[in-house]
Design a protein around this ligand. Structure first.
Ligand code: PLP
Length: 471
């Protein structure tokens, strides 16, 4: 069984030492006969520590997948095998079972403001089958073989050329990995970079699923506040220096959930800070092309000359989301480790999806379509903004992306509003889900990309009525 390593960054806290001690005893085979760990009270007595300390140690074991809880029966060693009663004691970590965002998104509602996804009607659907056919015509054996683990060579060559030209940077196909969406890229990065109890810096607020991934590898999150114009760089420098994070996960372009964009000056400085404190930046960039007027500043990756940025460019938000294609650009050794993890995860993203994406994304039609898409999303954002004006809600106008990050009027809580909304067939994302400290219950994320124009009008009016009823 692998160990929870003491962090080199700071001395272990008592519950962390207790956790290490328990792991050693598990390794030695104590308790293995019944698989059950002593009760919190028994172990606290034995070790002469407070029960809370043992409780926290058990929580840490649970987070890192080394133990699991059986209802009312106690903590058990996770041997990797499924427990006998699978329904009562699922083998996956309890916090993964709770995915409040997907729970909300699964509620079937008319006014769907919780999905930061494209309305499928905004894609050139009538032409898509032609690209699928073309993929089979050009590559008749496409279903007869696996893709290279790193990604289709033709796609990586085209993508390296595209990113290099778009952002004026040097990038080879060997420094790219094709993944099944940014979600997989984040998972692979976390898997290759994190040990339990490592510190990860995340924006506050941030993309909830990323936090769930990092936590599932036992990471502890430290929050960096993000503001309409970016970061307090002194806070970033201080956190990098004091907490020695393994990496800083950031989404600096039309940030989810706020829509904020970090300036070029701050991007440069962030890369300098990363090199100074030897802290990798994991730059998640799924909305880069979804700007309304001006293209955003170049990615942080552009400013990096020393390999301190891993850049995830997902296309699954706006180029046939069903294909689930993203590219990760990273320098050695990060790219090599990712490649190993990718081979273990799925041995390569389906070749058919990559070939269809190649034909679709680099076609003139799709590039022209992108221009229309920007206009359509801008119109939808304006509709939502107009319909919400005068409701007591406030927000910073985003220059791109799919969401409004909205402050509720004083005294109204996101959870209460959501409960009322669901009764009226309307959902959104409460701010707490996006907050590493789970405190922001006076904020909500409203996505304007999935609902159509009529639903946006009606839903925003409905929301205004709900706010009045709660005032
Ligand atoms: C910031 C951010 N990163 C990553 C993802 C996941 O992207 P993909 O669909 O490519 O897995 C999302 C999806 O909402 C996102 O908002």
């Amino acid at each position: 069984m692998s160990k929870i390593y003491p962090s080199a960054a700071r001395p272990a806290r008592l519950y962390e030492s207790v956790c290490d001690d328990i792991l050693k005893r598990i390794d030695r085979g104590e308790w293995s006969e019944r698989g059950k760990l002593p009760s919190i009270r028994e172990l606290a007595q034995e070790l002469g520590v407070h029960r809370l300390t043992v409780f926290k140690a058990y929580q840490l074991l649970k987070q890192s997948g080394k133990a699991y809880v059986k209802d009312k029966s106690g903590y058990y060693i996770n041997t990797g095998a499924l427990p006998s009663d699978q329904t009562a004691t699922p083998a996956i970590h309890s916090h993964i079972q709770q995915n409040p965002l997907s729970d909300i998104q699964r509620v079937p509602v008319v006014y769907q403001f919780s999905q930061a996804l494209l309305d499928p009607n905004l894609l050139p659907n009538q032409y898509l089958s032609a690209y699928v056919k073309q993929a089979f015509d050009l590559y008749p054996k496409v279903l007869g073989t696996y893709a290279p683990v790193q990604g289709d060579e033709e796609l990586r060559e085209a993508m390296a050329e595209y990113l290099a030209a778009e952002h004026h940077l040097a990038l080879t196909p060997g420094e790219l990995l094709i993944t099944s969406g940014a979600q997989q890229a984040l998972d692979l990065l976390a898997k290759t970079l994190l040990k339990p109890r490592d510190i990860v810096l995340v924006d506050r607020p941030t993309y909830g699923a990323a936090m769930d991934i990092f936590r599932s590898y036992g990471a502890q999150l430290a929050a960096v506040d993000i503001h309409p114009h970016g970061y307090d760089l002194e806070q970033v420098a201080r956190l990098m220096k004091e907490r020695k994070p393994r990496f800083f996960y950031l989404n600096p372009t039309f940030h989810n959930p706020t829509g904020y964009t970090v300036s070029a000056e701050q991007r440069k400085r962030l890369v300098e800070l990363a090199a100074e404190h030897r802290c990798l930046l994991v730059e998640d960039d799924p909305f880069h092309d979804i700007y309304f007027k001006q293209p955003p500043p170049p990615p942080l990756f552009t400013y990096d000359t020393e390999g301190y940025v891993a850049y995830i460019r997902s296309f699954s938000k706006y180029i046939a989301p069903g294909l689930r294609i993203a590219a990760v650009a990273a320098r050695p050794p990060v790219i090599g480790n990712l490649l190993t993890a990718k081979s273990l995860a799925d041995n390569g993203t389906p070749l058919l999806n990559q070939k269809i994406f190649l034909l679709l994304f680099f076609s003139d039609r799709m590039q022209r379509h992108l221009e229309k898409l920007r206009i359509a999303l801008h119109v939808r954002m304006n509709i939502m903004e107009e319909a919400l004006s005068g409701t007591g809600l406030s927000w910073s106008k985003p220059a791109g992306g799919l969401n409004l990050w909205v402050k509720l009027p004083d005294g109204i809580k996101a959870g209460t509003l959501l409960a009322k909304g669901i009764e009226q067939s309307l959902t959104f994302v409460p701010g707490t889900i996006c907050d590493p400290l789970t405190e922001l219950d006076d904020r909500i994320r409203l996505s304007y990309s999935y609902a159509n124009e009529i639903q946006l009008h009606e839903g925003a009016r409905l929301l205004a009525g709900l706010l009045r009823s709660l005032a």
